[in-house]
Design a protein around this ligand. Structure first.
Ligand code: NAD
Length: 239
């Protein structure tokens, strides 16, 4: 059996940076994404629409076949939907929840029995600063608050099995998703509100993931690390 780390949403931006860092850390990478990976050399890839439970189940059967032992998981796939509460569409809400929450549950459900047998597992779920509340992001904020809830729940449920489960709450990271959620001028105004004076880079998130997945992080579980350039401290947004 060979050990593998499964990364969802690994095709580009934050997920790609995570896969790149974990490969450099010496891990074998499996990637699931609806898009082809920008860097196929990072590991083995299966095209998967994580909004479909059927597709996700088939991908997990693939991931756990061929003598592979999944010891680490990073749930990173996500989409954003921006709407004022009075305009939220139920279809968008369901789609955001399917990808940002249900796929995380379905991936975890698939890997947990083997992790319990192994007596070892490391899991990181990508949440968001939006879990703390964020105007015009009803569906997304709800999905990311759910990610925090299930992280803490799995940490509690699985701690005795040697499985740690933590979350990272990124602040604004300069990716396609961030640009899609902002107009050009609000993008620059937003940048000025970040206490450290810049948007984050995907590698900033990968650095935190690497820490949580390390063998030596066995006493760290159920935590949410905000990698946010200071955006979650009390006076963030005051320039
Ligand atoms: N960029 C930010 O500022 C920011 C802030 C907080 C949290 N996040 C979170 O970080 C994660 C990565 O975001 P990003 O900024 O790199 O966004 P991104 O849009 O560049 O990447 C998201 C990845 O998820 C994949 N994905 C989307 N829908 C999918 C589906 N149905 N099936 C399979 N894969 C699918 C995409 O193809 C893409 O590779 C997301 O969970 C996002 O919510 C990002």
């Amino acid at each position: 059996m060979t050990d593998y780390t499964l990364v969802t949403g690994a095709a580009r931006n934050i997920g790609r940076a995570i896969a790149t860092r974990l490969k450099a850390d010496g891990q074998n990478i499996l990637m699931l994404d609806v898009l082809d990976p920008e860097d196929p050399s990072l590991g083995e890839f299966r095209r998967t629409d994580l909004s479909s439970s059927t597709d996700t189940a088939q991908a997990m059967a693939w991931a756990m076949g061929d003598d592979r032992r999944i010891t680490r998981v990073v749930n990173c796939a996500g989409i954003v939907s921006t709407d004022k509460i009075e305009d939220v569409s139920s279809e968008d809400f369901d789609r955001v929840m399917a990808i940002n929450v249900r796929s995380y549950v379905e991936v975890m459900r698939a890997v947990t029995p083997a992790m319990k047998t192994q007596g070892f597992g490391r899991v990181v779920n990508i949440a968001s600063r939006a879990a703390l509340g964020y105007s015009n992001l009803t569906s997304y904020a709800a999905s990311k608050a759910a990610v925090v809830g299930l992280t803490r729940t799995w940490a509690s449920e699985l701690a005795r099995h040697g499985i740690t489960v933590n979350a990272i709450g990124p602040g604004p990271i300069e990716t396609d998703m961030l640009r899609a959620a902002q107009s050009a001028e609000s993008f620059e105004a937003y940048r000025k509100t970040v206490p450290v004076g810049r948007f984050g880079r995907p590698e900033d998130i990968a650095n935190g993931v690497s820490f949580f997945l390390d063998d030596r992080s066995s006493f760290v579980t159920g935590q949410v690390l905000f990698i946010c350039g200071g955006m979650t401290v009390g006076n963030a947004g005051v320039v």
